[in-house]
Design a protein around this ligand. Structure first.
Ligand SMILES: [Zn+2]
Ligand SMILES: [Zn+2]
Length: 165
């Protein structure tokens, strides 16, 4: 789908089958600790940011949906399973997973919610041993590694004819 608007943010799933664009600064980046988000993300918590349906578009492919409750459905890539979105069934808003943005570092959470449902060890994470990538992967391993994930920018075609781009 072509859209004349210039995206503020782009993102998508790890395999590249589903891509999206956000056309206005999204609001309310947050961490949700609820059990539903834990299961939907396969993660101890979910990082999400809110936008409106009219400032958002799926630009390649489309997600599959699972209604995780009577009020909310979750969008994920039908090819690779990446969690992408969460939306009210009445379509009042859509939330996008911060980790699926091409530059998630630009979406700094402003609050945590449902902290009473969080894993009890969450608050201990900052005190854990913290290792750099180079401390766990040798340069040889890293140099020889082929990354099959979609790159962190839009592509005209994917998989690209010449491999990674
Ligand atoms: Zn995918
Ligand atoms: Zn949640």
């Amino acid at each position: 789908m072509m859209d004349a608007r210039k995206p503020v943010h782009t993102g998508g799933c790890q395999c590249g089958a589903v891509r999206y664009a956000v056309y206005a600064a999204p609001a309310n980046p947050l961490i949700c600790h609820c059990r539903t988000c834990q299961k939907a993300f396969g993660s101890p918590f979910a990082a999400l940011v809110t936008t409106s349906h009219d400032q958002f578009a799926w630009t390649r492919g489309a997600p599959a949906w699972f209604a995780s409750s009577s009020a909310v459905e979750r969008g994920f890539c039908p090819q690779c399973g990446t969690p992408l979105s969460r939306q009210q069934l009445d379509r009042t808003q859509i939330q996008i997973s911060i980790g699926s943005f091409d530059d998630p570092g630009k979406l700094s959470p402003v609050k945590q919610i449902c902290v009473d449902k969080g894993v009890p060890w969450f608050t201990t994470l900052a005190a854990l041993d913290a290792l750099q990538t180079s401390e766990i992967l040798s340069p040889e391993f890293h140099d020889n590694l082929k990354n099959y994930q979609h790159p962190d920018h839009d592509t005209l075609a994917w998989p690209s004819a010449g491999g990674q781009s």
